[in-house]
Every structure is written in C-alpha cells, then in structure tokens.
Design a protein around this ligand. Structure first.
Ligand code: HEM
Length: 402
C-alpha cells in the first residue's frame, strides 16, 4: 500500500508540457543551486546579543525575532478541569520562559505561548474554563482547503508553545521543562521539530528543500510599520485582551523532493515565478527587484505565470497582502519509498486570519502550480496573546481578568 502522505499523483500535463522542448537543461536537483552559496554565515557574537529577545515586553518574543536555527513546536490539550489550574499553568510557563530566556540569551532562546480555538468552545455543553464569551469573533479553527490531507493527530490543540534557539539542546531542554510543568494539567498532543532560520543579519536568504531562496519577500524583522499593519492586533480589531498579540497559522507541508528533482530547472522556476540561482523574479532584475506580474514576452505570454506560487501569494483581490512567515524545514526520517519524509513546517503570523492567511491559502490551494509537489498534512490556528508587560505577569493575563 502506498504511503497516504505522499501524493505522487503527478505533475500535471500543463506544467510538464509547457517546458517540453524549451531547451530543458537536464535534471538539476534541489541541491545544485544551493551550491552557489555556502549558506548562512554564523552570526557574530554582537549580532546574536542584539537580536536576542526578552520575555517581558508589549509583544511575545519569537514572532518578529529573526528566525533562529532550531525550533520545536508543541501542542497541548488541557486535562485539568478548572480555570484556576489553567491560570496556574500559564503562570508557571511564563516564569519558566522568562528564566530560561534570560539564562540562554546567548543562544537566542525564545518561548511563545498561544491558545487554540478549542480552549474557548464549550465541550459537551460545558464551557470548560468560562472563556466562551471571550473568544475573538474572527478567531476559529482553519477551514479545510482544497487538496488538504489533514491528519487530526498532528493538528489543533488547546495550547501551543513555540520554542526556538540557535541550539537544539537548549530547545529540547526548555520544552522538557515546560512539559514537566504541565504535568497533571495538560498533555502533549503533538510536537514538531524543525531547522532553518536566517542565522543573523546580513546572512543570505536561506533555501528550502526545493533549492529555492525562501523568505525574500517576507516582512523584515525590523519593519515596525508592516508589523503594525499585518502582524499585531490593533485596538478595535477585537477583544482588548488580544491587542498587541497576533494569530498563528500552522501547516505541516510534505515536499515531494524526488518528483521535484525530476523537473527541469525551467519548470521549477515557473512554479515559483523566481529564478533558482538568485531568487530574482522571472520579470527580471535581481533578488530584491519587485516582481512585475504584468510583464510579457514577445508572444504576449506572462513572464510570471498567474498560477505561480509567488503571483498567487502576492495579493488577494488585486490588493497586496502580507503575512509574517516563520517556517522551518523538517526531516522526519525516511518514507517506505526511500524518499525523505520531509517538508516545510509552515508558521505564519497574522493580524487577522480571515483576511490574510485564509484567503491566501484558499487561492494557493485552488491554483498553485506548487501543489503537485506538496501535500498539506496538518492545519492549526492559535491566538497568540500580547507580551507580558511586567515581572510577575503571565501570558494571557488580560483574558483571565488578572
Ligand atoms: C512547502 C510549502 C511552501 C514552499 C516550498 C514555499 C516557497 C516559497 C518561495 C520559494 C517563495 C519565493 C521567495 C520568497 O519571497 O520567500 C515564497 C513566497 C511566498 N510564499 Fe510560500 N512556500 C510554501 C508555502 C506557502 C504557504 C502555505 C503560504 C501561505 C498560505 C505561502 C505564502 C507565501 C508568500 C506570502 C510569499 C511572498 C509572495 C510575494 O509577495 O512575493 N507560502 N514561498
């Protein structure tokens, strides 16, 4: 029986045929372009210190913080029945996060805590924690999207923690501490480890498992105006307890690297709308040049395919739309086929899921040329409350009226 996670149903005739005879350059694997640069240089000590986030502040750390090299994400289900136990858990997690981040500042540790929609809903007619009336109206679980192959065991959860650092051991130990503190009141539902990150300022854009630069048009870590427009919840957006917070969309996306590597580079470039070597838009220029989605060749054909990943992700209803992507590559071993069980653990922070991530994902799931090479395996959404303003506070204190 074939592995249900791998959809090798195939590359549509459209993508393949569009490049037959187009001077196919041979089969160039994902690693080939990556050989052009040596990958991100390690950050200098002063850069690491400057980038290190603190736990206390108006926003939680680990969101606009430049992505560290290691991540483990954990989702928990609350088993303790009372609101007081839940508050005690959040207090304890906040204390651990504060102490560990201070202790591991040099390793860039961040801990980010969030709430699933299930925390707010009534279960069997019971409002478990008295939170039903406090759910932000626009915050729900993600809808299902065309082509989704979602596994519920690795989706959702009442609470989440995102632990990131420039060192795998620090991440593992911190998650272990958080898990132990949850003992008796919450159990781990699923976890996911990943690697990636930008490894400091001025580092080249990292490449994904398809060999393409990933993160070029992302919202930069220091662009406060964009953060306020697209990431942080503003006054009036919904309940006050979320102001300064954000909403996280999580998708585990398997990347079928063997099928991908069998494509000519020109096909691969058409899928993304950017060149493989430099990451430049197919409309011309270099990596940082703005794509011209209307540019055509002599025959009138668009230089950037309308259904390329970048064209579809760039705007919604012709309006420029942005999200803060903070995804990590995962490699979970090897599939029975011998191919890597690998892909992108996609994380994106949004001011409002309903007008940002959800319509963007719908557009991508419907038409993205990339869909033939990926399978969406999980789907989760979390409300990430604002930061803890002062010592002794805890994440979500506004929700509980503390
Ligand atoms: C395995 C899955 C994915 C891969 C391999 C991938 C890869 C890429 C690459 C190579 C780029 C171009 C460089 C850049 O600007 O970063 C890009 C851009 C982008 N992607 Fe993805 N992506 C994936 C999934 C997603 C998903 C699920 C979303 C959102 C629902 C998304 C949203 C975006 C956005 C907003 C851009 C920038 C578009 C622009 O304004 O130019 N991506 N992605």
């Amino acid at each position: 029986m074939s592995d249900p996670r791998v959809n090798h149903a195939g590359v549509t005739r459209r993508v393949l045929l569009s490049f037959m005879g187009a001077g196919a350059v041979g089969l160039v694997g994902a690693g080939a372009a990556a050989a052009h640069d040596r990958g991100p240089r390690p950050p200098r000590r002063d850069e690491r210190q400057a980038d290190a986030a603190t736990f206390l502040g108006s926003h939680q750390p680990g969101i606009v913080t430049p992505a560290q090299t290691n991540l483990t994400f954990a989702s928990f289900d609350v088993t303790g029945g009372s609101r007081d136990e839940l508050v005690a858990l959040l207090r304890s997690w906040s204390q651990i996060a504060d102490a560990q981040m201070a202790a591991h500042r040099a390793r860039g540790l961040t801990v980010t805590i969030g709430f699933g929609a299930s925390l707010f809903i009534t279960s069997g007619g019971q409002d478990r924690f008295g939170l039903a009336g406090a759910r932000p109206g626009r915050f729900t679980d993600l809808p299902s999207f065309p082509g989704d192959r979602v596994e519920s065991a690795i989706s959702g959860g009442d609470l989440c923690v995102q632990v990131c650092a420039n060192d795998a051991q620090t991440v593992a130990q911190t998650l272990r501490d958080l898990q132990r503190a949850a003992d008796g009141s919450a159990t781990v539902r699923w976890t996911q480890a990943g690697t990636g990150g930008s490894a400091g300022r001025g580092a080249p854009t990292p490449r994904n498992l398809f060999g393409f630069k990933d993160g070029t048009a992302n919202i930069p870590p220091n662009d406060t105006a964009e953060h306020n427009e697209y990431v942080w919840v503003q006054t009036g957006d919904g309940p006050d307890w979320m102001v300064g917070g954000t909403y996280l969309a999580v998708r585990k996306i398997a990347m079928h690297v063997d099928t991908w590597e069998a494509q000519p580079v020109a096909t691969q470039e058409r899928v993304f709308g950017r060149t493989k070597s430099e990451g430049a838009p197919l409309s011309g220029g270099s990596e940082r040049t703005r794509p011209d989605f209307r540019a055509t060749d002599a025959s009138g054909a668009r230089l950037i395919d309308r259904d390329s990943h970048v064209a579809l992700a760039h705007s919604i209803d012709r309006q420029r739309m942005r999200i803060l992507r903070r995804g990590y590559t995962y490699v979970d071993g090897t599939l029975p086929s011998g191919s890597p069980d690998a892909g992108l653990f996609f994380l994106a922070f949004n001011r409002d899921l309903q007008s940002q991530f959800i319509p963007m994902q719908r557009q991508l799931s419907t038409s993205d040329l990339m869909n033939q090479f990926v399978t969406y395996r999980s789907s989760s959404a979390f409300a990430i409350p604002p930061g803890v303003a002062s010592a002794g506070g805890f994440v979500g204190e506004g929700l509980f009226g503390a």
